[in-house]
Design a protein around this ligand. Structure first.
Ligand SMILES: C[S@@+](CC[C@H](N)C(=O)[O-])C[C@H]1O[C@@H](n2cnc3c(N)ncnc32)[C@H](O)[C@@H]1O
Length: 343
């Protein structure tokens, strides 16, 4: 089985994602200026915990902010310590001759993201006023109107990357796929289209299953793609699938919750079964890539999670008992697929 394959040209939606995710860059910088991150890191090189204590902010939220500040070029990390770059000292130190504070704060009143990011940085809690269904997801209970709205959002969000995933040759060997937290079913739909012998079940919250049924019927794959209402936290998972697929699910949750999901996946799979995680991966040093670091800020605002690196996901999978952990880019966009096998 190989993870590599020709990269399709038709699913490159970076032009949309670059524009969408750019929205988080300026507010992360204005918040850093307001709480004094760059001034503190001009004076001393500090690790995340020491900087969080000095600024009186939440360390988990600060780590997510620092990743984006690093990806933008305002801070750098050496041997675990953060420091302000020469550019940041020149233009964003409040005592520098070139200080650009009045420029970056110029239109702050019209930027609700500044206040939302400031609040999450101080408390570590998801932002008031920012769209989020984290509490409903935790309960496994989503009102039908919200399920329809979020499912439409996720369908648009994932439709290009689902085409990229469906072209990966490893799916030639998959007969029965469980798409955990499968949203609109867009991955199951594209995989069923690409691989005529593959059947898929979209495991979701009941109201999301109802919404996904429409997408599946519209795609004309209802003979091979079904939905199954299961609360992934409180209910037993269906057995007998040879692959369990999670797209944009781990990034919604903390590391301990991701470990629970990895453990449940391990228990649900037969020997030789495969777990597949579709995520935008952070670099191992958490200093980029830019798109992933910005996406992580979106997760901070609306979920309990963040983007993870390959090393972090591999650690969770190996702790659950999986072996042969590998990753490949899925082509076009910014996503990767992490794959591992239950021995
Ligand atoms: C970020 S979306 C990802 C959707 C889809 N996999 C994709 O990439 O387009 C996370 C999904 O997890 C589902 N989910 C959240 N909590 C759940 C739970 N307790 N049980 C089952 N599914 C859940 C949500 O309904 C949502 O569709």
């Amino acid at each position: 089985m190989t993870m590599a394959g020709p990269l399709p040209a038709t699913n490159n939606d970076r032009i949309v994602w670059d524009t969408y995710l750019a929205a988080y860059r300026l507010p992360v910088l204005t918040v850093a200026d307001e709480v004094g991150t760059l001034a503190a890191l001009s004076a001393h090189a500090l690790d995340t915990a020491a900087l969080a204590a000095q600024l009186s902010v939440n360390a988990r939220a600060l780590a997510i902010h620092l990743s984006l500040l690093a990806a933008m070029g305002f801070v750098e990390r050496r041997e675990g310590l953060w420091r302000a770059t020469a550019e940041a000292r020149r233009w964003l130190h409040p005592e520098a001759e070139g200080y650009c504070g009045p420029l970056i704060h110029g239109f702050r009143q019209s930027q609700p993201l500044h206040e939302q990011l400031l609040a999450t940085l101080r408390t570590g809690e998801k932002a008031e006023g920012h769209a989020s269904a984290a509490a409903e997801w935790e309960r496994g209970d989503l009102p039908p109107e919200l399920a329809v709205r979020i499912t439409a959002f996720m369908n648009a969000h994932s439709q290009a990357s689902a085409r990229g995933v469906a072209m990966l040759p490893l799916f030639a060997e998959v007969r029965s796929l469980l798409d955990v937290g499968g949203g609109s079913g867009i991955f199951a739909i594209q995989l069923a289209r690409a691989w005529p012998r593959l059947r898929a079940t979209v495991m979701e919250i009941a109201s999301v299953c109802a919404a996904a049924d429409s997408y599946i019927a519209e795609a004309g794959v209802e003979g091979r793609v079904a939905t199954q209402a299961v609360n992934m936290f409180t209910e037993a998972w269906p057995q007998g699938h040879d692959a369990l697929f999670f797209s944009n699910v781990f990034h919604d949750w903390s590391e301990p919750t991701c470990q629970i999901l990895a453990d449940k996946a391990f228990a649900a799979l037969p020997s030789g079964g495969r777990i597949l995680l579709h995520e935008m991966l952070l670099d191992d040093d958490h200093c980029g890539p830019l798109a992933t670091a910005a996406f992580s800020v979106l997760m901070l605002l609306g979920t309990r999670g963040r983007q993870y690196s390959f090393a972090e996901l591999r650690g969770m999978l190996e702790q659950a008992g999986f072996t042969q952990v590998e990753t490949c880019e899925t082509g076009g966009g910014y996503y990767s697929l992490v794959s591992a096998v239950k021995p």
